[in-house]
Ligand binder design. Structure first.
Ligand SMILES: Nc1ncnc2c1ncn2[C@@H]1O[C@H](COP(=O)(O)OP(=O)(O)OP(=O)(O)O)[C@@H](O)[C@H]1O
Ligand SMILES: [Mg+2]
Length: 165
């Protein structure tokens, strides 16, 4: 089997101030390489939690999270940060753009973090395709919601990650 993501019996409970929320219960899932996969469920059902677990942004309580042949549950914070840099492009639900940085600087962030030279031809191609090439010197607070969303998508794509979440 050629799966890039395999979750086995994953559990994640949030210990909030008022009550516990079991966001993932016995969650098992396998995603093939090169697949475009949608996770559908009602609000609050655990989709973001699942994506955060696959992207190494949160640790789960139990089970196995195997992504690109790496077991995330065995990693410490530093190893997870490195895993994210090397494998994951993340489009956050609330975009998470850096407010002090321009559109272009936000998009080039993955290269800065990886100490890599940007593939500027590809960056320009992505920005044109997403129709944000004309706003590259603006700051996030000067953008519409859709523009912010597309900047976030561009940032997730330009590093050519193995997985886009
Ligand atoms: N940090 C947290 N602390 C406590 N509870 C949380 C936390 N994050 C999420 N939850 C709870 O866990 C459940 C799953 O949340 P999650 O964000 O994964 O849902 P979702 O499917 O992405 O929802 P939406 O479609 O609204 O984005 C929800 O009931 C939510 O209230
Ligand atoms: Mg969500």
């Amino acid at each position: 089997m050629n799966s890039i993501v395999t979750l086995t019996d994953v559990n994640k409970t949030y210990h909030g101030t008022t009550k516990e929320t079991r966001a993932l219960q016995h969650c098992s899932l396998s995603i093939e390489k090169n697949a475009f996969t949608c996770i559908i469920g009602k609000s609050g059902s655990g989709k973001s939690t699942l994506l955060n677990a696959i992207g190494g942004l949160i640790q789960v309580d139990s089970g196995s999270v195997l992504v690109n042949q790496q077991e995330l549950t065995k990693m410490n914070k530093k190893e997870l940060a490195r895993f994210r840099r090397e494998n994951i492009g993340f489009v956050f639900q609330f975009f998470n753009l850096l407010q002090e940085q321009t559109v272009l600087e936000n998009i080039l962030l993955p290269f800065d973090l990886n100490n890599e030279k940007a593939d500027l031809d590809f960056v320009n191609h992505v920005m044109k395709y997403l129709q944000i090439d004309d706003i590259k010197n603006k700051f996030p607070c000067e953008l519409s919601g859709g523009q912010q969303q597309r900047v976030s998508i561009a940032r997730a794509i330009v590093g050519k990650p193995n997985i886009i979440l």
